[in-house]
Design a protein around this ligand. Structure first.
Ligand code: M6R
Length: 605
């Protein structure tokens, strides 16, 4: 998704803008640009594609300046081309923008009626023109405020002024924005990660806030133009943050890091001596919880789906799950005794953040399970449970999914214990198995060689299907999502029992069908569903934790993962599916870390 950077300094800024834009690349984008000020001239440079291109352009025609803004754009209004790339400038201002201006058509008409001309197809250009118009009568801060009042939608802005060459103005409504501090230099960034190489002192803007940044100071204003103070956070040191190490790409690094990240997570929450779970300060006393509502998008939604099976199995609590973009528009009956849990790796997903806001407005208790503890969703929740996965850079979520599952399982177990829904032996037995999980994940990653062979079967396939029952059904959905987002091959995830209600019509000779069949209460039923597929020519890839691979000549490939107990099987069945998507994408020469059309952090609705 789009990313913003701004630097006000006492030395040239363009190299640092480029370096920070490179940090924002993980978000996914299709064009990039920057603007600096020299002798009251706005120097704009833009490119299609990678920030490296922008760097080359800058190298050929260097333009210095001690103040500047930069942007990576993920196209929403208008195709990805140079004209639509940010910044958007007039002879007075230059603007970078994340988010969407919902009333841009209306504003555009008003401006055109005044005789103003638009160069791009973007919604951003209305902001540039509105501020330029306002500057005829007002100072920069009041011009921005006047403009903000006219905008509908959610956005973050960085604005540079030709005639006020020592300031950048930032504004936040909906889309995240952070400010960083350093000696003789201050920064604006759409996330703290982009600023980390320059400073660890950060403040976050809240919705409606505006900031004025110069090299010596930063001033903050609230929505009514009142001066306000902001808390400063010191960012934690993350190791291995942007280093692929020996790996070809971040995704493979993140897949193979899972035994370590799982261990970190388990160690944070499990007290192995006391055989207990360190989770306290529940926002609602667990025995009083009426219902748990789990909300997320994409992979995070799949975690919610797995947790539904776990919470139903382990506790007597009523469970509801929803996709954030649906939840936020439902006519809901909020209940003070319900606990609303938000799943998000980035903690910045616009739909999930909006769903959380609705809960807050309705004064119900919220919990977030996030990877980025400084994120908007974490900061806005009553209770935060971090997944301790470390920065996830690949657009496809892998280690964060495992982290989400671990935290959800640990939480389910703790709730069950406090409520008296399970006995001590079952509780302690599950804790013992959780401690073994990192090693078992490591074992399941050893399937890689076999998976490389399986991947070849997908090269000429028209599509594929992933089937599972019970908690393996969300794992089927996750396997299909990983395959489609990485390899651009159509993939459907289905509950195996649903096949005959429609999707069986898709099965034809040679279609790869991944059957996820742990040795649980559904095992025999899944085998019957598999037979229905075999009878219609489907090519079966069978994944199980059963000690013995079943004998069936029609199974093209059989893969086995370690077994700890039935309830933890979704965690161990995941790694082979991540590897499968990865290897199919690699064979097809796809951009593994930045799949087309996608973004790491989906900050627009
Ligand atoms: O940062 P979040 O966990 O809120 O992101 C949610 C989804 O956008 C994300 O999981 C997406 O589905 C991934 N690309 C899947 O690999």
């Amino acid at each position: 998704m789009c990313g913003i950077i701004g630097i006000a300094s006492n030395k040239p800024v363009s190299i640092n803008i480029i370096n920070s834009l490179k940090k924002l690349e993980y978000r996914g984008y299709d064009s990039a640009g920057l603007a600096t000020l020299t002798n009251k001239n706005i120097n704009e440079k833009k490119c299609i594609g990678r920030v490296e291109e922008l760097e080359k352009i800058l190298f050929k025609t260097p333009r210095e300046g001690n103040i500047g803004i930069g942007h990576v754009r993920w196209a929403t209004h208008g195709v990805p081309n140079i004209v639509n790339a940010h910044p958007h400038s007039t002879d007075q201002v230059s603007v970078v923008h994340n988010g969407i201006i919902e009333n841009s058509d209306e504003l555009k008409k008003e401006l055109e009626n005044k005789g103003l001309k638009f160069k791009s197809q973007t919604d951003t250009e209305v902001i540039t023109l509105l501020i330029s118009e306002a500057l005829k009568e007002h100072d920069p801060l009041n011009s921005v405020f006047k403009t903000l009042k006219k905008l509908k939608g959610s956005f973050a802005l960085g604005i540079l002024f030709k005639n006020f060459s020592d300031i950048i103005i930032g504004a936040r409504r909906g889309s995240p924005l952070a400010v960083g501090y350093s000696k003789d230099e201050n920064y604006l960034g759409s996330d703290s990660y982009a600023l980390k190489s320059m400073t660890n002192k950060i403040s976050y803007l809240d919705d409606g806030d505006v900031c004025v940044i110069s090299k010596d100071e930063v001033k903050f204003y609230d929505v009514s133009l009142k001066k306000i103070n902001k808390k400063t956070h010191i960012l934690s040191e993350d190791e291995n943050i942007a280093d692929k190490g020996e790996y070809k790409n971040f995704m493979s690094k993140e897949i193979f890091e899972q035994p370590i990240t799982a261990k970190n997570c388990v160690n944070e929450y499990i007290d192995s001596l006391k055989k207990d779970i360190n989770i306290y300060n529940f926002p609602i006393e667990p025995t009083n919880i009426n219902k748990i509502v789990l909300i997320g998008c994409g992979t995070a939604y799949h975690s919610c789906l797995v947790a539904k099976y776990w919470l139903e199995e382990l506790t007597t609590i009523d469970i509801e799950i929803d996709i954030a973009s649906e939840f936020r528009y439902r006519k809901l009956k909020f209940n003070q005794k319900n606990l609303y849990i938000f799943l998000s790796q980035s903690g910045e997903t616009a739909d999930t953040a909006a769903a959380l806001d609705i809960c807050k407005k309705n004064k119900v208790k919220t919990c977030s399970i996030v990877n980025v503890v400084e994120s908007t969703i974490a900061r806005n929740s009553d209770w935060v449970l971090p997944i301790h996965a470390g920065p996830e850079i690949g657009v496809a979520s892998t280690k964060a999914f495992i982290g989400q599952l671990l935290v959800l399982f640990i939480l389910s177990l703790k709730l069950a214990k406090i409520r008296g829904d399970i006995n001590k032996n079952v509780y302690e037995d599950n804790i013992k198995n959780l401690i073994k999980i990192p090693e078992a994940i490591e074992e399941s990653l050893k399937s890689e060689n076999n998976i490389q062979l399986v991947a070849k079967e997908f090269l000429n396939a028209k599509g594929s299907m992933f089937l599972g029952r019970g908690s393996s059904f969300p794992i089927a959905l996750e396997g299909a999502l990983k395959l489609k987002e990485l390899s651009y091959l159509h993939a459907e995830g289905y509950p195996a029992g649903e096949m005959k209600h429609g999707p069986l019509a898709l099965i034809e000779e040679g279609l790869p069908v991944i059957v996820i069949a742990p040795k649980d209460k559904y095992f025999e039923k899944t085998l019957s569903n598999m037979q229905e597929v075999i009878a219609r020519g489907g090519k079966i890839i069978f994944i199980t934790d059963n000690k013995k691979m079943i004998a069936n000549d029609n199974i093209r490939f059989g893969l086995r993962v370690p077994f700890l107990n039935n309830i933890l099987s979704p965690i161990l069945l995941t790694a082979p599916l991540q590897l499968l998507a990865y290897h199919v994408a690699l064979l097809k020469n796809c951009d593994i870390d930045k799949p087309r059309n996608l973004a790491k952090s989906v900050t627009v609705e």
